[in-house]
Design a protein around this ligand. Sequence first.
Ligand code: PEP
Ligand code: MG
Length: 323
Amino acid sequence: RLEADRSLAGAEAVTQDGRTIALGANIGSAAETANALANGAEEIGLFRTEFMYMNRDREPDEEEQTRQYEAVFRAMGDRPVVLRTLDVGGDKELPYLNLPADPNPFLGWRAIRLCLDRPGLFATQLRAMLRASAAGGLLRILFPMISTVTELRRAKEAVAQAADSLRREGFAVPERWETGIMIEIPSAALMADVLAAEVDFFSIGTNDLTQYTLAVDRMNEHISALYDSYHPAVLRLIRHVVESARGQGKRVGVCGEMAGDSSAVPLLVGLGVDELSMNAPALPSVRAVVRGLRHAEAAELAREALRLEDGRQVRELLARRRA
Ligand code: PEP
Ligand code: MG
């Protein structure tokens, strides 16, 4: 009933009752853009730029980064491109940054926290992003691991300063770009109404949001049975984020693994998200699932799921509905 159909690649992901869901691809390098397009990506919903920084002995300089980002914008034409700023720490280490050993890296000095403390590192990346999109293309800058509104304001200020410095040096800078944050820490999810006023979009990172909400290390195999993105605690946070954003006319996407999981898609659509971004091979089947849904039914399903006790019950509900 829901087979992935590659011939649908150009078709919009619209539900039976007319709600459109934007489908994007997650990439880790510019080279992956071609495969994203081949699978029908309408946008790049997440470029995990940290991979450019890994497995080498120094950070990529502004020119190298500019060329990489330009290649993505060129391939995507006028479709949106979400460039996430450096998200290292936790499972991703960079030896050349000479950071002290971190006893608790998932709660430590990482991602936006590190970038705000290393203004040179941050500015290099932001300048490259702005330069790369100056020739055309829709740049969406995404900050990872935001836990407070102050971090968001400081990050936006860093972008404004990068743009000023480029203008002073005679570089072209795009007329406009969009700013978003990852919602992957419970404090950010709970404060989404406050944060929404300062962004253009939210991107929910269900991988980390699950880890931090349930206090389950996403890398620890001994407790992997407790790691469950279908847990109603996670779903309730997603719901709160969607409601907070909608009240202020801001878009909400999901870019964690859950977005590419066909069984979770009815739930996410029912919770009201506007965009799903995933690894490219999942796009055809997710598109087929969306096109088979009725939004009104998905919303009812989501309301039911929010009242359940645990992730197992949510999975059972979804399985019953598919049967
Ligand atoms: C997430 O946390 O869900 C996410 C998309 O980011 P990453 O997997 O890169 O931490
Ligand atoms: Mg994350």
